[in-house]
Design a protein around this ligand. Sequence first.
Ligand code: HEM
Length: 498
Amino acid sequence: MDMINSAVSFAIALVFTAAVITKIARGRITVDPPSCKALPPPPVVTGSSIIRLLHTLLTKGFRWMIQEQYTKLGSVFTISFFGLKTTFLIGPEVSAHFYQGLESEISHGKTLEFTVPMFGKEVGYGLDITKRTEQISFYVDALKPSKLRCHVSPMLEEVEKYFGKWGQYGTVDLKQELEQLLMLISARCLLGNDVREKMFEEVFSVFHQLTQNGLHIMSILFPYALTPFTLRRDRAHTRLSKIFSEIVRSRKSTSNQVEEDVLQKIIDSKYKDGHPTTEAEVKGLTLALLFAGMHTSTNSSRWTGARLLSHPQCMEAAVKEQEDIINKYGGQIDYNILVEMSVLHCCIKEALRLHPPGPTLLRKVIKNFTVRTREGYEYEIPRGHIISSPLVMNNVLPYIYKDPDVYDPDRFRPGREEDKVGGKFTYTTFGGGRHACAGEAYAYMQLKVIWSHLLRNFELMLVSPFPETDWRSFSLEPKGKMMVSYKRRALPGAVFIK
Ligand code: HEM
């Protein structure tokens, strides 16, 4: 039953939702006249093939559905379902326009309309592209590596305090533990001490209401209809607006207080014409950032754990690196030391190759464009199509990644660098081009703070089976519990916290 639920919601949510929304919002799809040199459209999956495709989706999952079509039709194909056309572009050779095409030619369209009632019409997809781009630049600025250094200490404090509560040995559901820890870190570094200390429980329980109801399939398909989900979403939004207004006002009234959290950076941001962000914009931008960063990071930390704990050799190499770093710097950790953890970096990156939190990225074609596959076939992708860059497939192409389903962090190390084989759109877990993830460096920093602490202070063993992927969730998470037994240890020179 679970599998059916998962596959159905996934099918609706990720492959066809965007097309449905677009169609509802924009009326019938129109197609530009073909360009002078008329190229064929991509091969189309229709009729009885759709039934087979849905069967694979239901029994095996999204990745296998795409893989089957890729094997049959190649790297570019269209799935046509009740007149809704989604074209899949697989691999770096056909992805450049997807990632770096001009907004006037290719855009998110209405595919993210459901986020407007979640975060407010003052931010993101409630706005025209010019203002939205300016707002994204606030994120990019607040999260650039030079501004991240100040977050290492608070992150470390949260991590040490959290794991300090574990006993000498025991068994935990690591999936739940990491979720709780990531909320605490996000509260502290993104939202600041006032939220972390005084209203952590309330903010995160209301935020959970907002995302759970805002991401319900009914709210995605009909974001403005009156349903129990949209009503609960709107109630949560109203409550969060009030909380954030109070925080912003209180911070502005105590102007001598210097906060280093991301919320403060958003409050201090100014548009090009010099005007500052409003209360509603601060609220929306902060909620959207929390949304972009929380589930992705939580699931990344979980998959990193699941993979490391199932691959003793990789675990050994990661622990050895911690020993070497401790020998060099003692127990101390700062931003530069985190950057030096290249073995751990590759272990995380490889976990994210196999388990990208977002299975696919979507855009809408505003202007026809052409693609050329590595076999030399050329296709014209018509205006109106939804296009999908399926990360779950891009990341396992056998002509790029040797033994693509094997967890092998060394594939990224000098001499192999498989993530560069096809140019800059080879490894797409963090997107790329115009909308590349603004939080990539922050995400790695946070994952390294957590995992270096665990490696230094605990012997860990996965006692439940290696988790399957839960396709029901928007951010692909390990299914079921991740039971892990632990025993305290301290690598020589590591700070032992109890
Ligand atoms: C391992 C964790 C993460 C992964 C795998 C991830 C992945 C992605 C991907 C694939 C995109 C591109 C979406 C698209 O093209 O439509 C994206 C965008 C974005 N991410 Fe992340 N992300 C992660 C963590 C974070 C964190 C921690 C933050 C902030 C604290 C963040 C902030 C953003 C923002 C603001 C964008 C929008 C950029 C734009 O539209 O121009 N992400 N992320």
